[in-house]
Ligand binder design. Structure first.
Ligand code: AMP
Length: 437
């Protein structure tokens, strides 16, 4: 299938061509024709599947007809980052259309948003809280709305936004098209779908199955040695951009600081940052100034950095769905990626839950000097002896770092300016240690 088969308005088709999209992704080939018919859609798709364009393109096509200067499409997203990402994609795809898109979210002044709303934007991408503020202050008029999109609905539920969504629905015209996207389908999202969708078409792509281009590995470790293990992994794995997840904001901040102290170009992204600092951390990660970004689940929502080579779960996520979301940041589109998870004895139940969700067991690996906690080691699937695609050390083959040098690994990897060898350069010991595949 080709994009030309959708018969988009020439100005929308121009956007597709400018973005360089040739073949629609599975969610796009399945959802776009239904959305173009005007039907409601329940899209079960995780981030990285092309779901943004799946709803953005038919919306742009629809808005080419009809009046301008009113809000006719509303896209509700759980985080500012995701809202910005959607807005950017709409801006790129809709460049030739003359349609205007704006973002609305909290943490920044409301006045510029009011000014832009007054100028008349046909597409509004909003987070629920600030959107309700605008509704209360009557600074947004949603009476002309044609299409509502609720994106990453399961995340909105996790973040406690469902009451806000229900409040919002009361202010929207009943006659509208509604598109609901979610990576997973917990009971609460089923309930929401029943309330908001009329005779929806269900479009499901890779339900809770991560991108097949991602390879997974677990690294059993004692809690107290996690930081050392992370440093060893970073040092001996050939990586591009690395996204590290921690359980709490505090841990993200501390770990980010530790990595910087150790010579890495790292930043942390957590809820306590001002919008400007969040944006600076994200921009730095996107353009490669920061090679490592340490984030919490919530802060990382909406991160769209297509070149993330490794996702490292410093702390195990709380749910299997969160694991899928996290690793959705690597292996996007056709790129391959690696997902490493540091696991302690306390994480065993979650390991099993994730393996059940993936439908297979995950390879256990360990680095010499980081033996698995004893009772974990005996109960786990035996580690495999093949290396991953980026030359990561297999279990028990040899010591990471050059044992004969007698220096701690952290000293050996620094160059003359005390900076790390890092991006794109496999460290010698790891490269030399590759085992048979
Ligand atoms: P999403 O799931 O919407 O976050 O999209 C994931 C990534 O895939 C984004 O960087 C998009 O720009 C890209 N993308 C979306 N659709 C296509 C397509 N048909 N061909 C190539 N890349 C695409």
């Amino acid at each position: 299938m080709e994009f030309t088969e959708f018969n988009f308005h020439p100005k929308v088709a121009a956007g597709v061509a400018a973005a360089g999209y040739v073949t629609p992704t599975p969610i796009q080939s399945r959802a776009i024709p239904t959305i173009l018919e005007g039907r409601d859609v329940m899209g079960l798709a995780q981030t990285g599947t092309g779901k943004t364009a799946a709803f953005a393109l038919p919306i742009l096509h629809r808005l080419m007809n009809g009046s301008r200067g009113h809000t006719r499409a509303l896209i509700v997203a759980p985080t500012r980052e995701l809202a910005e990402q959607i807005h950017t994609e709409i801006g790129n795809l809709g460049k030739a259309t003359g349609l205007r898109s704006i973002t609305i979210y909290g943490g920044v002044s409301i006045n510029p948003q009011i000014a832009r709303l007054r100028q008349g934007a046909e597409i509004v991408v909003a987070c629920p809280g600030r959107l309700l503020d605008h509704i209360k202050q009557k600074t947004i008029d949603l009476s002309h709305l044609d299409v509502l999109v609720l994106d990453e609905a399961d995340q909105m539920f996790d973040m406690g936004f469902l009451p806000d969504i229900r409040r919002l629905l009361k202010h929207l015209p009943a006659q509208r098209q509604t598109l609901l996207f979610s990576a997973t389908m917990p009971q609460e999202i089923r309930g929401l779908a029943k309330e908001v969708l009329r005779d929806p078409e269900m479009v499901q792509v890779d339900l809770v199955a991560p991108a097949v281009t991602v390879s997974h590995a677990l690294y059993p470790v004692d809690e107290a040695r996690k930081t050392d293990l992370l440093l060893a992994l970073l040092e001996h794995t050939d990586t591009g951009s690395v996204l590290v997840f921690t359980r709490t904001k505090h841990r993200a901040k501390r770990l980010g600081e530790k990595l910087v102290k150790d010579g890495y170009k790292a930043a942390s992204l957590q809820g306590n940052l001002s919008q400007n600092r969040r944006q600076a951390a994200l921009d730095g990660f996107r353009d490669g100034r920061h090679q490592i970004l340490v984030a919490t689940d919530i802060a990382a929502r909406g991160i769209d950095v297509s070149k993330v080579s490794h996702v490292i779960n410093f702390d195990m996520p709380n749910t299997a769905e969160a694991y899928i979301h996290r690793i959705g940041r690597t292996g996007r589109a056709t790129r391959s990626g690696d997902a490493f998870t540091l696991v302690t004895i306390a994480d065993r139940a979650m390991e099993r839950a994730i393996e059940r969700t993936l439908g297979r067991s995950i390879e256990r690996r360990s680095l010499d000097g980081f033996a698995a906690p004893t009772d974990t080691a005996t109960s786990l699937t035996p580690s495999k002896t093949h290396r991953n695609s980026r030359g990561c050390q297999p279990t028990g083959k040899r010591e990471y770092g050059n044992a004969s040098s007698g220096k701690p690994a952290s000293d050996r990897s620094k160059n003359s300016r005390g900076q790390r060898r890092f991006s794109g350069r496999p460290s010698k010991p790891a490269a030399a240690s590759s085992a048979g595949q």
